[in-house]
Design a protein. Structure first.
Length: 304
């Protein structure tokens, strides 16, 4: 029996569309995914994949989104709850995955949300799929929370941006994490696409166009500050740094990390899907041989 590959798909809003590119590469390489854990945009993409939506179908849908379509999904809520009610986003998710429940999925899938009443992370693995994904993507203040099973749920990225632990708990033999939060500091085998000049290596990065990795993130943050960033830029930048710190321990527990570099893409730029998907593909292509080697090493040998 082949080793069971688990994917931990992380948060990142529009940047998370790079995960579609990663799934495209795994499909082309005939690498079977045995379990998926997702948070936020990772829950949306991972849940759709587990429900049988192909990466090519996801790509076609993502490429069809323009600014007009993006705005049409924003049903304004009362300011006392959030900027966006989220009903239209919920309808979009339900159209994507159908009326499926977790038990209907072809690949085991779980997603992470946070219960705002007790401040605890909640792993959703039963019942209606669409409402679970809707809860996992509910960025606080932006989207209204989701009431589900007596809980008031928001985006799982608040506590667990890259749910590596959830993938291990699902019984995976090998866990691949996909993050859009930059190269991890921990010495975990990490793959990325070509990186901008002037960056400095952090962690253990293979085939990434060295010497090229992390000061670019710091430089970008400083330059944004010097340009008098908007309130949104300050808020999203702060969330990015918070999630980056929260993700470090999780990424260090993965066997391998795929970290597409798309720092120049804003969180809301879903209309730049082509760029992000291509970055995910390039990053994943460099990792294929090592993923196969990991799975081979974890596959029990048959002894007569």
């Amino acid at each position: 029996m082949a080793a069971r590959l688990g994917l931990a798909l992380g948060s990142g809003s529009a940047r998370g569309l790079a995960q579609i590119g990663v799934l495209k590469v795994l499909d082309r390489a005939d690498i079977e995914v045995g379990a998926i854990a997702g948070t936020s945009i990772g829950a949306l993409i991972g849940g759709a994949y587990a429900a049988g939506v192909s990466p090519l179908e996801m790509e076609r849908l993502a490429l069809s989104v323009d600014v007009k379509r993006l705005v049409s999904l924003a049903d304004i809520a009362r300011p006392t709850t959030a900027f966006v009610n989220g009903a239209r986003v919920g309808d979009f998710i339900r159209d994507l995955v159908g009326g499926k429940t977790f038990s209907d999925l072809s690949i085991p899938f779980e997603c992470v949300a946070v219960d705002v009443t007790d401040g605890q992370a909640v792993v959703l693995r039963e019942g209606d799929l669409a409402s679970a994904i809707r809860a996992s993507v509910s960025t606080p203040v932006v989207f209204a929370p989701v009431e589900r099973d007596g809980r008031l749920l928001v985006d799982g990225a608040v506590l667990n941006p890259v749910p590596v632990d959830v993938a291990w708990n699902m019984g995976a033999d090998t866990v691949i994490a996909v993050t859009n939060l930059g190269i991890p500091r921990s010495a975990v085998l990490t793959f990325s696409n070509d990186l901008p000049e002037g960056a400095i290596e952090v962690g253990w990065v293979k085939r990434a166009g060295l010497p090229e990795i992390v000061y670019s993130r710091v430089l970008a943050a400083v330059m944004d500050t010097l340009r008098s960033p908007s309130v949104f830029q300050l808020a999203s930048g702060s969330i990015d740094l918070m999630q980056r710190e929260l993700s470090e321990a999780q990424l260090g527990a993965a066997d391998l990390v795929i970290a597409p570099r798309i720092d120049d893409v804003a969180y809301y730029s879903f209309y730049e899907a082509e760029k992000m998907i291509a970055a995910g593909e390039k990053a994943a292509e460099t990792a294929v041989d090592d993923i196969r080697a990991l799975m081979a090493a974890r596959t029990p040998s048959l002894v007569n």
